[in-house]
Design a protein around this ligand. Structure first.
Ligand SMILES: Nc1ncnc2c1ncn2[C@@H]1O[C@H](COP(=O)(O)OP(=O)(O)O)[C@@H](O)[C@H]1O
Ligand SMILES: [Mg+2]
Length: 240
């Protein structure tokens, strides 16, 4: 087949590409938490970052998610170099393109499940009825419509993490970054969360990049990228 006429056409550009990425945290020991990382993630992937505690998983996810800035290297989303955008432009970029799920759920305790899910749309300035209906849809997709008016403290850990997933997908981002999303869940609840993530990946085309050090969780990924001391150490790809 011939090459596409426009090399930057969407289908030829990875969803995420990082080149020569390095992160040295300022202060005392100056350990490179991420060093020399080159990585591409294509649309539709269901990929895990694997590595022991301290290997740089959170740092790499935070850099890809533009929550933190690299010391060196470049980060491209959909072909756009976002590395040196200012803080306002990055906030806009994240609100449009990314969803985040964290180990500790990070829900706002005084808001109901529905209001938590609406929150990214509030930040985007969406109108009340649009927000409400998108948040209801997202809660439905994670199987929690019946809990919409409960506050997080009345929900189980698994339910809270489902609310966090609903919040991550409510604005229909291309990419969800999930840092050890099952680490606070028992194995059965964690497996159910992975079922949900897989379904969103398969049926709604959401690309997932998640981290874990748990072999049971990693076995669910279609591609596993191994990190050790801040460096990539090969990867495994599972046949579909
Ligand atoms: N904010 C920080 N300041 C200084 N060092 C940090 C900070 N966050 C992480 N580190 C260090 O960077 C390395 C990678 O950490 P991290 O990305 O959290 O790894 P992982 O998520 O795989 O456990 C570790 O040596 C850790 O101690
Ligand atoms: Mg971590």
């Amino acid at each position: 087949m011939s090459k596409p006429a426009h090399p930057r056409a969407t289908e030829s550009v990875p969803l995420v590409e990082v080149r020569g990425l390095e992160k040295i945290y300022p202060g005392g020991t100056k350990v490179a938490a991420v060093r020399g990382v080159d990585l591409k993630v294509e649309r539709g992937e269901f990929t895990a970052l694997a590595g022991p505690s301290g290997s740089g998983k959170s740092t790499l996810l935070n850099l890809i998610g533009t929550l933190d800035r690299p010391t060196k290297g470049d980060i491209f989303h959909d072909g756009r170099n976002v590395t040196r955008l200012d803080a306002d432009a990055l906030a806009d970029f994240r609100l449009g393109a990314l969803g985040f799920v964290f180990q500790a759920y990070n829900l706002i305790p005084v808001l109901t499940a529905l209001e938590n899910v609406e929150y990214p749309l509030v930040l985007r300035g969406a109108g009340a009825s649009e927000r409400r209906s998108a948040a209801h849809d997202a809660l439905k997709r994670v199987g929690l419509e019946a809990q919409a008016h409960r506050r997080p403290d009345l929900l189980s850990g698994g339910q809270q993490q489902r609310v966090a997933v609903a919040r991550a997908i409510v604005h229909r981002p291309a990419l969800v970054l999930a840092d050890e999303p099952t680490a606070n869940l028992d194995s059965k609840t964690g497996a159910a969360l992975l079922d949900l993530m897989e379904e969103l990946n398969r049926e709604h085309g959401v690309t997932f990049l998640f981290s874990s050090h748990d072999p049971a969780v990693l076995s669910r990924a279609r591609r596993v990228v191994h990190l050790q001391d801040g460096e990539l150490r090969g990867e495994d790809v599972r046949a579909r």
